[in-house]
Design a binder for this molecule. Structure first.
Ligand code: AMP
Ligand code: MG
Length: 338
């Protein structure tokens, strides 16, 4: 090999090494999925971006933190401590409690974060029991948003009152994961059991995500399909948790705070669409308690929220604003915009 040929070869090798190094520095966009079991729910997180892996690990850590923070049954949890001691200093929980109290006020008490004594009495998670009327009326004085104060970073409960964030916890967790996605510059979906949060476009070619609205009680069949993005879709239904008592009557888990009994007003399922996760989660529960008529009135003054209600008689009532993005898909139901 001549010295010119040798120099040429060295230069070529250097060029290859430089190209290789540049290639390593440029991260490739990937789509990754992670399954997390938290808040008694199997969650599936999907993220697309160059930092998808980091985003998903951070999201998992955050979901475990939030589970521990909000679970009132975890001895070491902060909500459990608040319920034991009656007062707690925690800026994050105080801010979330303040949002819960506002939602209670906005739904005229249909959403209520103080139902823990009633929830424990019905014990639906443990198989269920029907409390006596005396037992329920004895517990009602412990219930009500006015018995909770959330000021600054401090929460205070009236004696005997307990905080339960079960009806909005997943919405809050979804919001936090969405913040993490944004921080890492990724798009994707956050599936929290039957609830979803969609972040950014699905792909450059088809930006909208297609979300199947499940037929109540069915794992596979759907009532319709939503084409949406940058929104939460949260569903509350009587078929999600229930038990059948010795008298043959079925009791489910969404309680009417004014009576202490499961809400019975002709609805089987409520799906709420909103950008605000806490609001979407709490409202799905609240609308179930309020029933179709009051929900329709509520929605007239809140264009930031849409809903789809399924009645026991097989009617699907959906916000008129969803026309074009909600596609009916079940012949045995009748569909009506409101
Ligand atoms: P979700 O699945 O979001 O509708 O939340 C329902 C859970 O929240 C129930 O299993 C109870 O633990 C609790 N809950 C039931 N009824 C209400 C209500 N009216 N307001 C707030 N939380 C409720
Ligand atoms: Mg809810």
């Amino acid at each position: 090999m001549t010295s010119t040929a040798l120099i040429k070869r060295i230069l070529l090798l250097l060029l290859c090494a430089t190209l290789l190094l540049c290639g390593c520095g440029q991260k490739k966009e990937t789509s990754l999925t992670k399954t997390v079991y938290a808040m008694d729910t199997l969650m599936t997180l999907m993220a697309t971006g160059t930092r998808a892996q980091e985003a998903l690990s951070a999201a998992e850590t955050e979901l475990f933190r939030l589970d521990a923070l909000m679970n009132r049954h975890s001895e070491t949890g902060e909500v459990a401590r608040l319920n034991r001691e009656g007062t707690l200093q925690n800026a994050e929980l105080a801010a979330l409690t303040a949002r819960a109290l506002l939602l209670s006020e906005n739904t005229n008490g249909a959403f209520d974060c103080t139902l823990a004594p009633l929830i424990d009495s019905w014990n639906i998670a443990g198989g269920g029991r029907v409390p006596s009327e005396e037992e329920l009326s004895g517990l009602l004085p412990l219930i009500g948003a006015s018995l909770v104060k959330a000021e600054g970073d401090t929460i205070t409960l009236a004696p005997g009152t307990q905080l339960d964030l079960g009806a909005l916890g997943k919405g809050y967790a979804g919001e936090r994961v969405r913040e993490i996605y944004t921080q890492y510059g990724v798009t994707g979906s956050i599936s929290l059991g039957g609830d979803n949060c969609l972040v950014g476009p699905k792909s450059a070619e088809s930006p909208l995500w297609r979300v199947g609205l499940k037929k109540p009680g069915s794992a596979e069949e759907i009532v319709g399909v939503l084409s949406v993005t940058d929104t939460f879709t949260v569903t509350s239904g009587s078929y999600e948790r229930y038990f059948t008592a010795a008298d043959g009557h079925t009791y489910h888990h969404i309680l009417d705070p004014s009576t202490g009994y499961p809400a019975e007003n002709g609805l089987v399922s409520v799906t709420v669409l909103a950008y605000d996760g806490v609001q979407a989660d709490a409202l799905a529960t609240a609308f179930f308690v309020m029933g179709a008529e009051k929900t329709a009135t509520w929605l007239q003054n809140h264009s930031e929220v849409c809903a789809i209600l399924i009645t026991t008689s097989g009617k699907v009532l959906y916000s008129r604003a969803l026309e074009g993005s909600f596609e009916p898909r079940a012949e045995e139901y009748t569909f009506e915009a409101f």
